[in-house]
Design a protein around this ligand. Sequence first.
Ligand code: TPP
Length: 200
Amino acid sequence: MNKKDLINFEEEIASLFNKGKIRAPVHLYQGNEDKIIEIFKKINKQDWVFCSWRSHYQCLLKGVPKEEVKDEILSGRSISLCFPEYKIYSSALVGGSIPIAVGTAMSLKLRKEKSTMVYCFMGEMTSETGIAHECIKYSRNFDLPIHFVIEDNSLSVCTDTRKTWQQKKLSFEGPNDKFITFYSYKSKWPHAGAGKRIEF
Ligand SMILES: Cc1ncc(C[n+]2csc(CCOP(=O)(O)OP(=O)(O)O)c2C)c(N)n1
């Protein structure tokens, strides 16, 4: 899957959604293709990937066939795409997948499965929650095989995350390290929907 394939996939889903063919929420990506492709260069087949409500790109880059991802979206499951056979899991709850990702990393460490990593994606508002702070602190202190990817589109639905917290620089913004990748992007899509039928 290259940049063009990713963009075309989301455009097709947007058009199906706007035509009323998808009768459940969709959360689309746009503008972060180069960054997410770069991250996935390090993610191997045996690694686990945990996501939120916006996960089409992760599923495609983890190797789930395009048609399988599309079928699940058409069935109304875009918001919580799970493909256990491809080791990818999503939750529509803010913070919902983070402790599960940490538990998976703990299990890998206890079982000494050294060749497998966990990657946990979240938005920048999610990264400011208590659950994210605790999970990241625990993972660092116990040196778990997990890497957190924080994707900053500057908004929590329609609210400015930095204004909400009176914080010019967010908690995990800064130099990336062994445990954190923080990157910023700007999308053309609304938080949910595709700009016509239902959006917010
Ligand atoms: C427990 C819970 N509370 C509230 C929501 C509603 N909600 C969905 S996305 C979101 C904002 C998340 O912002 P961010 O983490 O920055 O992710 P983004 O969608 O901007 O990538 C909220 C509050 C939810 N899904 N789960």
